[in-house]
Write a protein that binds this ligand. Structure first.
Ligand SMILES: [Zn+2]
Length: 138
């Protein structure tokens, strides 16, 4: 199934997740249909560790960073109307398994960001010009 066909299914699955409520078994099941179980568990682990950072600029632009075990990755969970690439992450897995092999349609970092947004578990960071410069330079 082309990745873009999976996005509405993912959106429906995410919509069933409510902040402050336990994740329903059906939701886990749907996520495991869309992604390998290890990727789903890794994404929830990132959310549990509060490793999703959200930066909002004074002009309303939103950036995300996910703190990995040794490297921090920049994530764009929604590139708007780009027809081919709807998400972006700076991790190697995104380049290899999503863009080149097309074996998955998002990496664990992007899934963690969309889950964290849905669960209201992003760590909001005030963004100053240095942060933005770092994000742009990645
Ligand atoms: Zn990634």
């Amino acid at each position: 199934m082309p990745p873009n066909d999976l996005i509405p299914i993912l959106d429906t699955t995410l919509a069933s997740i409510k902040p402050g409520e336990p994740i329903h078994d059906d939701t886990f099941h749907q996520l495991r249909v869309l992604f390998p179980e290890s990727l789903v568990l890794a994404a929830f682990d990132i959310v549990d560790r509060k490793n999703v950072m959200k930066y909002t600029t004074s002009w309303g632009r939103v950036f995300y960073q996910v703190i990995g075990s040794s490297v921090t990755y920049s994530v764009q969970p929604d590139l708007g109307h780009s027809p081919n690439v709807r998400f972006y992450c700076t991790c190697p897995a995104f380049s290899y398994t999503v863009l080149l092999a097309e074996s998955y349609f998002m990496c664990k970092h992007i899934l963690a960001v969309v889950l964290a947004e849905q669960l209201n578990e992003c760590t909001d960071r005030p963004s100053n010009p240095n942060d933005i410069a770092n994000l742009v330079a990645r």
